[in-house]
Design a protein around this ligand. Sequence first.
Ligand SMILES: CN(C)c1nnc([C@H](N)S(N)(=O)=O)s1
Ligand SMILES: [Zn+2]
Length: 263
Amino acid sequence: TACSSKYVLSQMHPMWHGPLEVPGGDHQSPIDIAVKKAVFDSELKPLESSYDPQTCQQIWNNGYSFLVEYDDTTDKNTLKGGPLQDKYRLCQFHFHWGESNDWGSEHTVDRRLFPAELHLVHWNSDRYTLFEEAVMEENGLAVIGIFLKVGKRHEGLQKLVDALPAIRHKDSVVEFTRFDPASLFPSNIDDYWTYHGSLTTPPLTESVTWIVMKQHIEVSHDQLAVFRSLLFTSAEEEVQKSMVNNFRVQQPLRGRAVRSSFT
Ligand SMILES: CN(C)c1nnc([C@H](N)S(N)(=O)=O)s1
Ligand SMILES: [Zn+2]
């Protein structure tokens, strides 16, 4: 689907860590979420997701992360409610992680880093007909962020982990079907923080309503180790580089309010 081929691919360089700034960009992501400074908003509704596992198409290594892509040509995978005024369509999900379990997430909570973070990327299909349009517009995208902690094995994740050796190198892709993204949700998705920010990789456009879950999910040490067995580099390159630390550093809040759906 367009949502990940054109934008995430070409401008991604594995060692890219900023400081590539959007000129004048003051709504950049990720950020540190200072829990005590978050403002409870009773108007925030529960999130409503409806995903069809049959529309899962492929999993591939784009040279910066690995993406699980869905058919986003119809409204079969939708997200609405929460802070969202419109209906959004899932196009892909991916992860960010560290070389050790001590860091790897993009967002932090009271400066606390998690070993990894899952992003489910959606675009506003009420207002736009193509992902490419939505990615440039305010309220064009909605990304759900879910923290990963190392603990017990995540049964839902294992099918994905088993597919990773087949996409070790940049630009490798394999068919991946019948995967329910909601299997990666924590039990409680009603408690979240939300703020207006940006994509965390080029084009860094400030078009994202971020919805960061308070509750993390647990994955095993071995499952996370398989993430780290991926490579930034393509099969042809002489020097192979492990795909680790593919996160952006936290950006200034610049006066933005972070709202919480819980007290
Ligand atoms: C254009 N798309 C789908 C994306 N562009 N950047 C993405 C980043 N990986 S993130 N972390 O979702 O902002 S996802
Ligand atoms: Zn991401």
